[in-house]
Design a protein around this ligand. Sequence first.
Ligand SMILES: Cc1cc2nc3c(=O)[nH]c(=O)nc-3n(C[C@H](O)[C@H](O)[C@H](O)COP(=O)(O)OP(=O)(O)OC[C@H]3O[C@@H](n4cnc5c(N)ncnc54)[C@H](O)[C@@H]3O)c2cc1C
Length: 435
Amino acid sequence: MERIAFIGAGPSTIGAALKLIDNKYDGEIIIFEKGNSLDNRLPSEVIEGFAGAGCFSDCKLSSSLTTGSVIPNLTQEELEKYEQEILDYFNRFSPDKLEWSHTSSFDTHTTNLTFDIHKTLHVGSDKGREIFHKMEKFITSQPNVRILFGAEVEDVVDIHDFSGFKHPFIVYYYSKENKWSIEVDKVIVATGQKNTLPGKLIKRFKLATTPRALQLGVRVVDEMNSQYEEIIKANYDFKFVKEYNYKNDVKVKVRTFCCNSGNAHVCAEKASEGFVCFNGHAYKVPDPNNHSVNYGIMCEVSGLKKYNSKEKQIELMKNINNKEHWAEDNFSNNDEVRPVRELLKGFKHLKGYYPKVVIDSLTDFVWELNKLVDLSKAKYLYPEVKLNEGKTIQTTKWESSLKGLYFIGDCNITRGIVKAFLSGLQVAEGLINAT
Ligand SMILES: Cc1cc2nc3c(=O)[nH]c(=O)nc-3n(C[C@H](O)[C@H](O)[C@H](O)COP(=O)(O)OP(=O)(O)OC[C@H]3O[C@@H](n4cnc5c(N)ncnc54)[C@H](O)[C@@H]3O)c2cc1C
């Protein structure tokens, strides 16, 4: 019997597991997850545990060919098929019926910004968690699926060329402080953004890679006003976009993303790599006193060799955290109202901490955005970051240059729940077709 291992139990693995189960895949599925089951996962466990980073997210599903990264060779027609499939899976476990809605267009002619049109579905933090919890129960109830919680995979060893073994890979993992190993036929790495395993495997197996953009920005916290209301009516997860070209082929694509309104708040998250960054959330329990909105402004920077590895990106974040007066910049004078001009000067104040192209792009972008929405009371928390290996692993149908070793979800090219889930559906299709 074939035995496959998934490393990580985030949305990408969930998509794959559900599809394998539905297609009566008869091999053995082992899912290694270093965090907890949703039965006892704490809110402080922001990115680890069943449903990964999706669990305590606002569960805003956004979808278009370009939203959440571009998946090679994916056509619009195929995307629509996957959107329906993802909706069906969410609906199967949802307490009420969910529907995709289409974003309306939004007039940006007074600015240099474009407004991205895509499908959207705002599930919300609480309902999202409920749905993932039911998915976990369903997946764990299958006789051929085992989820090992508290099991952190430390290494994967290729034994294709060695005799005396039944399977081509050995997965080494820690559980209850002991080191264990298990032989498997295929390994699907789905460890999300903040982990070290893919980097280790890229080096070990000399996997083919291409450079990946640095993603660094700020989180905007603002008072809700009528202009935001209009924008959010067009698209709850509104995406204004502008691209900047600099010398030496450096390109910066700036976008707004991950908007939270209603009962919105921002968390300072301590990453396991030892730095603090910001992220936004929204809970459905109404809070009549909360009239705030928060969203990210993210710069996707390609061509900056200086930050082409996770280690260098971590160093950059730690340096930003070390900025003199950093905590005060981010936390104090919270109620102070400052004019936009001064805030733009504030970005310049990040000189020496943020790459110059990021400061310049942010400055211009906020200036343009201010033509659409009054930003005079906005506060900017930094850094907001999406760490990555600085490399994308080249895959064919998610299989790397080492046969039997796959990389899906945010640990490779996706961003966001929809594309992570979709990568899982696609890898499952490949595994089903191969049997
Ligand atoms: C606070 C927050 C809010 C977000 N809001 C949204 C949103 O509203 N909408 C949206 O579309 N996206 C949102 N995202 C992004 C979204 O959650 C991710 O894109 C998505 O979860 C990626 O899925 P994944 O399966 O690739 O990885 P992840 O969800 O990151 O899951 C990876 C899993 O692997 C486990 N793992 C890592 N290393 C190991 C190891 N060595 N051994 C065993 N297990 C390991 C981790 O514990 C984790 O559970 C948000 C993210 C965060 C952090």
